[in-house]
Design a protein around this ligand. Structure first.
Ligand code: BGC
Length: 780
């Protein structure tokens, strides 16, 4: 069932502060699952404990430090432990072994007055010890099931070290590949983003949040962080309320509905108000409209940074503003510890607000079962890591994250899959044998030694003498002689595999925005020289973002986007190269031709002019009006949701079960909190036209016209994978709920309006044969 977020706030963005204090109509839908933070008896336990707490102990629950940081405790130092003993700390992070978490926990539970356990957090982003593809790669699988399994493995492993809180998922919508943190999220689309958000939360938090191996999720960075102007990390954002509601909030709402126990605020200012001091997003939307019951932690030092943002001239004001806006826990800036007491005593913040923040934290600690089982079993820690079944999931996730971008014919047939008859292969490039980079950024406890490189996997498959490995160049540098050696290796082989791309730790992730999205160093030159040998070339791009490589996309016959695939990188890629598995990944974002096109996203609005250029090859057949450059087509290099495989599919016409939907029917369906009813069936016949069986990703898109606000040229509303035998034709059907047609309208609420609807079932965001229907308020 389609589950688009839906809420009935009728208050405007402009009126945000007063909004936060008014009782807004609330709709809370936990979509089928009981929220563990509402468990019977929980509120009583929290209340009983709260009654016993001193003000100092209450403030302690709102304070978080990173181990080893100057502002707070480190695991080995006695004076730091003293803060834990005094109940001045509620949470620690970056403590990553069972022995250390247990030692600190023992102080909290056995030596502090009220025995309140610590909650240990960590950036568990795409695995703990077993590293999965980076989140952008996981999104490229378009398989929430595998993402849920990956998150479950991360939960099992992290909890074995006593880490019960993941600062993940990052659900920031990102439309600009210059932004380094685009690698940490699910790309540009709110529907796919929401599906991924739910999958992570379910995986981390497991069947029961109070199970010893469950970890609490923390969707971040709330909200709009991915819209950083110019793609520069940490930069300010200006997002209209419509765009915020329609695009940026849905993945957060989905995570909240899936039961996420915590949220993290962001570094960015949103429409002039830093998200760490933003009462509209934190109190109005998150607490009042969505009914969030967990706690909000700031981002690293983002409370203290309110001073740099210019909305606080001292630490005390920074603490007050963040606290009053709804940030419950201060991550490392130490201003809650320093100033909350004095703010309370002087009446600048209210005791009842402090109690409420403490309740939020304690509710999560109780719901996690931390009071019942605060420790982890040290004897089981190492056996929890890298279990064969976990590594097997990492391999599947890596295989399914690979997106085949090109597969041109070389001497009559597509170059891939590689023939088993190939007797020699050249492996060239700085990423062919770089285990550290396979882990990607935010590796948690992932180790280079655990990662299988392409060189290792290909050597195991082909034998040492048949694999001609030549690095050719570094990621950033290279010498003429190394390039010449690589060219020679290609000349002596049947096929050349080039493993090129970015350096994960320095060029992707936080504070790693780029203005040029080509291959760094001498890699492009290396590629062109190898292609010039005339040998068939397969280019494997390892990157945390799309790379703009116009020459390669014209001259290299086969290209994969491999992201950073994790511990099983080499085996996963080798299986797909040789056809043991077919590629099934699809792009979670629009892949630009040129960095100057950024921000580029498929779900954009139409404009009034000019007409698409019917003469231009890239715009042929376009009837849309699109704003455009004079020197570069508007279209992406590869559209959102694009991906090839080893067979081809044709999609028949889209058909719907009705040509007219009554407005009242949709409104009634939306008013049902369970939102389960189907209002329309949409189907299309898909045929496998090739000689191999294969899987296609059928996508459902809609467009609404004639509405009170302009809506995008297409919006994703569903997706499903279908496996078809050679020659097989299969009908795929989407059962569509009313929420697919709901949007944030001019009256500042989610709802449906009369509209002309275009619907596609398509293999990517630019393809498909559409049909139309009407949403009408009277029968026609
Ligand atoms: C990042 C967060 C991360 C936090 C804790 C910050 O710099 O923005 O995503 O969770 O550090 O490591």
């Amino acid at each position: 069932m389609l589950a688009l977020v839906f809420s009935l706030c009728v208050l405007s963005f402009a009126a945000q502060i007063s909004c936060a204090q008014t009782a807004a109509p609330q709709i809370k839908s936990d979509v089928g699952k009981a929220n563990p933070l509402n468990a019977p008896g929980l509120a009583e336990k929290v209340e009983a404990l709260l009654q016993k707490m001193t003000l100092e102990e209450k403030i302690g629950q709102l304070v978080q430090y990173s181990a080893g940081q100057a502002t707070g405790p480190t695991s080995g130092r006695t004076d730091d432990r003293d803060m834990v003993r005094k109940g001045q700390v509620g949470s620690l992070f970056n403590v990553t072994s069972a022995r250390e978490t247990n030692a600190l926990q023992r102080i909290a539970v056995e030596n502090s007055r009220l025995k309140i356990p610590l909650i240990f957090g960590l950036d568990v982003i795409h695995g703990y010890r077993t590293t999965f593809p980076i989140p952008l790669g996981l999104a490229a699988t378009w398989e929430p099931e595998i993402v849920e399994k990956a998150a479950r493995v991360a939960g099992l492993e992290a909890s074995a070290s006593g880490v019960r809180w993941a600062f993940s998922p990052m659900v920031d919508i990102a439309r600009d590949a210059r932004w380094g943190r685009i690698s940490e999220g699910a790309g540009e689309d709110p529907y796919l983003g929401a599906a991924m958000a739910r999958a992570y939360v379910r995986g981390y938090q497991g069947e029961r949040l109070d199970a010893a191996d469950s970890i609490v999720a923390c969707p971040k960075h709330y909200v709009g962080y991915g819209a950083a102007e110019g793609g520069r990390d940490y930069n300010s954002t200006e997002i209209s309320e419509h765009t915020l509601r329609q695009f940026y909030l849905p993945p957060f709402h989905a995570a909240e509905e899936a039961g996420a126990g915590t949220f993290m605020s962001g570094f960015n200012a949103l429409n002039g108000i830093p998200t760490t001091a933003n009462a509209f997003t934190l109190k109005q939307v998150l607490r009042k409209e969505w009914g969030f019951r967990g706690f909000v932690v700031s981002d690293w030092n983002s409370v203290g940074e309110l001073q740099a943002h210019g909305i606080a001239n001292d630490g005390a004001t920074a603490a007050r503003k963040a606290f009053q806006a709804g940030v419950d826990m201060d991550m490392v800036s130490n201003v809650y510890h320093r100033h909350l007491m004095q703010l309370l005593e002087s009446g600048q913040i209210a005791q009842r607000d402090t109690d409420e923040a403490v309740r939020n934290v304690l509710r999560v600690k109780y719901a996690m079962g931390l009071f019942d089982h605060p420790y982890t079993d040290e004897s089981k820690e190492s056996s929890a890591m890298l279990r064969p079944e976990s590594v097997a999931i990492a391999k599947i996730a890596a295989m399914h994250s690979l997106v085949l971008l090109r597969n041109e014919a070389v001497s009559g047939s597509p170059i891939l899959p590689l023939s088993a008859k190939i007797s020699s292969l050249a492996l060239i490039g700085p990423l062919g044998d770089d285990a550290g980079n396979m882990i990607g950024s935010w590796g948690a406890l992932g180790r280079a030694a655990d990662a299988v490189t392409l060189r290792r996997a290909l050597t195991e498959k082909l034998g040492d003498s048949n694999l001609h490995y030549s690095k050719g160049a570094g990621i950033l540098d290279g010498t003429d002689s190394d390039i010449a050696a690589a060219v020679e290796a290609a000349q002596n082989s049947d096929v050349a595999i080039l493993a090129l791309g970015e350096d994960a730790p320095t060029m992707t992730g936080e504070a790693a925005s780029r203005t040029r999205l080509g291959l760094p160093g001498r890699q492009e030159e290396l590629l062109e020289k190898v292609v010039a040998t005339g040998k068939p070339v397969v280019l494997i791009l390892f990157s945390g973002r799309p790379l703009t490589l116009p020459w390669a996309f014209e001259h290299v016959p086969a290209v994969f986007a491999a992201w950073f695939p994790g511990v099983q990188a080499g085996y996963a890629i080798t299986d797909v190269l040789f056809g043991a598995a077919a590629p099934t990944g699809h792009l979670p974002l629009s892949w630009p031709r040129d960095v100057a096109q950024e921000p580029l996203y498929y779900n954009a609005l139409n404009t009034g002019r000019p007409m698409a250029d019917p003469e231009h090859p890239a715009e042929k057949g376009e009837t849309k009006y699109i704003s455009r450059y004079i020197d570069e087509p508007n279209t992406p290099q590869f559209p959102f949701a694009y991906g090839l495989t080893y067979t081809t599919f044709s999609y028949g016409a889209t058909q719907t079960s009705a040509k007219q939907l009554m407005l009242a029917t949709l409104q009634n369906a939306l008013a049902d909190p369970a939102r389960q009813s189907t209002v329309l069936s949409v189907s299309a016949e898909i045929t496998n036209r090739g000689a191999r069986s294969g899987e296609t990703l059928a996508q459902l898109y809609i467009r609404l016209e004639g509405t009170s606000v302009a809506m995008p040229v297409r919006m994703l509303k569903g997706f499903q994978k279908a496996a078809l035998a050679p020659g097989e034709t299969r009908k795929v059907t989407f059962e569509v709920g009313a929420d697919a047609f709901a949007f944030w309208g001019v009256e500042n609420k989610f709802g449906v309006e009369p509209a002309h609807v275009t619907i596609w079932i398509a293999p990517d965001s630019t393809a498909g044969e559409s049909t139309t229907l009407e949403i009408a308020d009277t029968h026609r």
